[in-house]
Unconditional design. Structure first.
Length: 581
């Protein structure tokens, strides 16, 4: 994966605010890098001035100067580290919310990468504090030292430059040798993590049917593949690292020998002392490159993480602020709706159209795979339409800002999911939790006995996915969450699938209460218990609308069709639906 060089992408743009930090860090790095030569200059001066003059005061002053230079160098290093740390913290504050939102949007589009983008962001953020960035910032110092070598003697400069070119060539070979393997290792690690996450989510099924041994074996295979690839990349990188360090030492010694030769030929200014300085300068020219090769895995990982994050944030950009809309009243209109799953051009729902007024209760019935769940997602704006619109008070629900629309909508999905938090958190949608609204939602679904039975009442943590509750209890909590705040639109997808008789009665009463206050209710159901409170009925089959109208008229039409022997021609599902009603 190559780094995206689109300088208008969100990730590139997020760096623009930190140019002042980068300039300060570069200044501190350059000054500190130049001061690294202080001990060498001190040694040169001691041999040249102190030993020849035998002057104690000169030695004392030189010693104070070098101590001061070393202290200043460490202060500059600390200032550089603090500048980078502060920049990394501010960058995290700016980008981490975008990454979270991108993961969320990708999950809504059923293209979710899991938590991998968060790991990528941590990799990228940590790279800003790694030795690699320090080596990059010190590169100008290496350039200055190379110029000094050319000034001392062009031959010294050309040797150092040749060594630097060789070092760059080794870095390129290291890149060619390790990049494909590291990329494959990273992909394998992500697959192993996703497999482990999926297994943990289904721990009860795995344990109950004795599947752990087989699941563990597959995870070990994926993990072993990752470790093998990582070891292969490490071996390759380690070999190049050893070569680069050897080259640095050889160049340092070669510069010393070449300096001695130049001294013998009287072509090196400063004599023997300059010979030692040239040796040190030659090693420092290569130091940043050696550091980069030594940390090449960090470079590869950071580059791959950048590419994945940049793709995610570009695919799911931050929404432009829109004009605030008035609170909806519940008028729902579906216009010639044709839609499929996000990212797919294959329609699941075709030709659905109806209108509901505030206070209407619509029962959507039909066999499995008739498109009821897809329609529910479309009604609350989770999926975009290929054709047609779903409008609430005349506004497209998909394009409506969900932070603004959400408090006016209640939704119970077919697969109920509770979040890790307290019972009160889940019912109040993790908001401020108005006690009055909270109690109203609890009373609406008859949840008070459950609250009283829990050890900490409303403050009881429910655990991951509401693990402390039964299926029926989770469904009632989800219904209370949907009713919290008296929404104007309530969409319930099989809300009684896990409810007992008492729960069914509570659900019917909750729907009747919602209807009485003007809430528009849409219920997808296979069961007939909620039909008693429904005003209208929508019959679906194979994603298409078969009938819509007042409940009694639709039922009468189905019965008439059955009486005329047409139920069999329409398929077993219609006959079963007629039998149910």
């Amino acid at each position: 994966m190559t780094m995206n060089n689109n300088f208008s992408s969100p990730l590139w743009l997020s760096l623009q605010a930190f140019k002042p930090h980068a300039r300060r860090a570069l200044l501190f790095a350059v000054l500190g890098g130049l001061l690294v030569l202080a001990p060498t200059v001190y040694m040169f001066e001691v041999y040249d001035r102190v030993v020849n003059s035998r002057n104690h005061l000169t030695l004392a002053m030189l010693s104070l100067l070098v101590i001061g230079a070393l202290v200043l160098m460490e202060c500059l290093e600390w200032a550089k580290a603090e500048t980078l740390r502060h920049a990394a913290e501010r960058w995290d504050e700016a980008v981490a919310p975008q990454v979270f939102r991108g993961i969320y949007q990708a999950a809504l589009a059923r293209n979710g990468p899991g938590i991998q983008p968060m790991n990528d962001w941590r990799t990228l953020r940590d790279a800003t504090l790694s030795p690699v960035l320090g080596a990059v910032l010190e590169s100008p110092v290496a350039g200055v030292m190379l110029l000094v070598l050319f000034w001392l003697n062009p031959l010294l400069g050309w040797v150092a430059l040749l060594a630097a070119v060789l070092q760059v060539g080794l870095a390129w070979m290291n890149e060619r040798g390790t990049q494909p393997v590291l990329m494959q290792a990273n992909r394998t690690a992500v697959e192993a993590q996703r497999y482990a996450d999926g297994s943990l989510r289904n721990a009860e099924v795995i344990e109950s049917m004795g599947m752990l041994h087989h699941i563990h074996r597959r995870w070990v295979q994926k993990q072993s593949e990752f470790l093998t690839l990582q070891a292969q990349a490490s071996d390759t990188a380690g070999g190049f690292q050893a070569i680069t360090k050897t080259l640095q030492q050889v160049v340092s010694s070669a510069m010393l020998g070449l300096g001695a030769l130049l001294v013998l030929e009287n072509t090196l200014p400063g004599g023997a002392g300059t010979m030692i300085v040239a040796s040190v300068l030659g090693g420092r020219v290569l130091a940043p490159l050696v550091q980069m090769v030594a940390q090449w895995r960090t470079v590869i990982n950071a580059r791959d993480a950048w590419g994945r994050l940049d793709k995610l944030l570009t695919q799911y950009p931050e929404a432009e602020p829109a004009m605030a809309l008035p609170a909806p009243k519940g008028r729902l209109v579906v216009e010639g709706l044709v839609a499929g799953a996000p990212g797919s051009a294959t329609p699941i729902v075709r030709g659905v159209q109806f209108a509901l007024n505030p206070g209407d209760v619509l029962a959507v019935v039909g066999p499995s795979a008739s498109g009821k769940t897809s329609l529910a997602r479309l009604l609350v704006g989770l999926w975009p339409a290929l054709q047609g619109k779903v409008r609430l008070d005349g506004v497209d629900v998909y394009s409506w800002n969900k932070a603004e629309l959400g408090p006016h909508v209640g939704y119970v999905p077919q697969s109920v999911e509770l979040l890790d938090g307290t019972l009160a958190d889940n019912i109040s949608r993790f908001g401020d939790g108005s006690p009055a609204k909270l109690q109203a939602a609890i009373d609406a679904v008859g949840l008070q006995p459950l609250v009283d039975s829990l050890p900490q009442g409303l403050d009881t943590p429910l655990g991951r996915d509401g693990a402390r509750l039964s299926g029926g209890q989770r469904q009632r909590v989800a219904l209370a969450r949907a009713l919290y705040g008296e929404p104007v639109l309530l969409v319930l997808d099989e809300p009684n699938a896990s409810l007992d008789e008492a729960g069914d009665a509570a659900l019917a009463q909750a729907i009747a209460n919602a209807k009485s206050i003007g809430t528009t209710v849409v219920v997808m159901t296979h069961r007939t218990s909620v039909l008693g409170v429904a005003d209208k009925m929508l019959v679906m089959r194979d994603g298409q609308q078969q009938a819509f109208g007042p409940k009694d008229e639709v039922i009468a039409a189905l019965q008439k069709a059955a009486a005329q022997g047409q139920a069999q021609a329409q398929g077993p599902a219609s006959a079963q639906q007629l039998k149910a009603v």
